[in-house]
Design a protein around this ligand. Structure first.
Ligand code: PLP
Length: 450
């Protein structure tokens, strides 16, 4: 029964009454202490076990769950099992949560039933068209991930060996890895203290005769200073590839991120604002770049002459099944962004009186950030203990990314010391950005752990 129910637990019931709980761990321990599998259950139960009455309050019941006790039976006054409470469902608070309650299933089944399950099919085109419109761009190209979107963008711009590409120190590694895949040399620069995003002054300092492009990353939903970055790029004739993996819908001076540079790259990984499971997108206004990206993501196959290849291409395609989910997710993006912003506002109100918590800035001129993951800075010495205390209480949080320049495989690419990024990374953490009926309780857990 334990195997079949996949919960690792059985409730032992005799004459309709609960008489014990047995877990796979109990069985393992019994076998180790000499019992055989043929042993009667009646002979091995009888000790104390945890249960709750269905008349107890939600909080009383939850307090009986721990890391080690993940599932408990709920009984009525006659000791009959009427339900159970499950740690992962009832106690565990994840950092991010998916909402697939719109048309996702409908479109997915539609794609499935029409057998367009590979990378051709109407949803791919629909997703590209709708996403381009969402960003205010002319063209969009779906890809199999956000990392691939960045690589494809750099390839389409002709970036390769001998070129330099400037990246921020504080980002997810995909940004710098995409540069390394092309054979170009990444140049890591520091971020701004207020926005945590790449510092335009540092970009300008790092430009050399070999610099071909810069990748501003709109980190944790915060737009980079795009007017300064675009001015520098224009002056030095370098390309701008925006990494918008964490900032769908953020704007700078009223214009959507992704629409400033030559190409904007997005991710639709499961924890992103909208998801396709895995997936990504490149957006551009340039028809030539658009054509190049379509060519390169499809094995470099000539669109005029099938199975003729003038360039070495890649298979970087998204499937129609993923795109079907993407179309449905995009229909609800405004609602998702509103909900996320509301969660952040609630945190701000409830944690207002904690002096050493600094929320991500939302008052920087021209920048309208979105809430991807609620991001805060706390006291450097306490960050890790706060994270582990919350973990013990069943709440997942995330420390910020490590700066690239502290990791052995990347440190050689730092143009100069990146002190601001180090300070921010050591103090930063992301809070669960999901609203549920336990939100106030979640906030109290955070308060107690500070
Ligand atoms: C800033 C940044 N760039 C790129 C990526 C890569 O996206 P993906 O995971 O879809 O490859 C991510 C997220 O995972 C990210 O956070």
């Amino acid at each position: 029964m334990i195997n079949n129910n996949s919960k690792g637990t059985v409730f032992i019931i005799d004459n309709n009454k609960l008489c014990g709980v047995l877990t796979d761990g109990d069985i393992r321990r019994l076998l180790l202490s000499g019992y055989k599998l043929q042993e009667k259950i009646a002979n091995v139960i009888g000790g104390e076990f945890v249960y709750a009455y269905n008349t107890e309050t939600y909080e009383q019941v939850l307090s009986k769950l721990k890391n080690s006790i993940k599932i408990i039976p709920l009984v009525n006054k006659d000791f009959e099992v009427v339900d159970y409470v499950y740690y992962d469902k009832d106690v565990h608070v994840p950092v991010a949560d998916l909402d697939l309650r719109g048309n996702e299933f409908k479109y997915l089944i539609d794609a499935f039933l029409t057998t367009w399950i590979s990378s051709q099919g109407p949803y791919v085109e629909m997703f590209e068209k709708n996403f381009a419109k969402f960003c205010g761009c002319e063209h969009a190209v779906t890809t199999s991930s956000g990392t691939v979107a960045l690589h494809l963008a750099l390839l389409a711009l002709g970036i390769g060996k001998g070129d330099e590409v400037i990246v921020p120190d504080l980002t997810f590694v995909a940004t710098i890895n995409a540069v390394l895949y092309t054979g170009a040399t990444p140049v890591i620069v520091d971020v701004e203290e207020e926005s945590w995003c790449i510092d335009p002054k540092e970009i300008e300092k790092a430009i050399t005769g070999k610099t071909k492009a810069v990748i501003p990353v709109h980190l944790y939903g915060q737009p980079c200073d795009m007017s300064a970055i675009m001015a520098i790029a224009k002056k030095h004739k370098i390309f701008v590839v925006e990494d918008c993996a964490e900032a769908h819908g953020a704007t700078f001076d009223g214009k959507y991120v992704g629409s400033f540079g030559q190409i904007g790259c997005f991710s639709f990984y499961g924890n992103k604002v909208i998801t396709t499971g895995e997936g990504g997108m490149c957006v551009t206004d340039d028809p030539v770049l658009h054509k190049k990206m379509v060519l390169l993501k499809n094995h470099g196959m000539s669109q005029e002459r099938k199975y003729w290849h003038d360039v070495v291409g890649y298979n970087y395609r998204m499937t129609n099944l993923q795109a079907a989910i993407g179309v449905a997710q995009l229909e609800k993006i405004s609602e998702f962004l509103r909900n996320r912003a509301e969660v952040e506002e609630k945190y701000k109100k409830l944690l207002l009186d904690i002096p050493f918590v600094e929320f991500q800035r939302d008052d920087l001129p021209k920048r309208k950030k979105i809430t991807w993951l609620v991001s805060i800075l706390v006291n450097e010495n306490r960050r890790d203990s706060i994270i582990s205390k919350l973990k013990d209480k069943g709440m997942d949080t995330r420390p910020f990314f490590y700066p690239l320049s502290v990791m052995d495989i990347y440190k050689q690419y730092a143009a100069r010391p990146c002190q601001k990024s180090k300070d921010i990374a050591a103090r930063g953490m992301n809070l669960p950005t999901v609203y549920n009926k336990k939100f106030e309780e979640t906030v109290n857990m955070i308060r107690e752990s500070f």
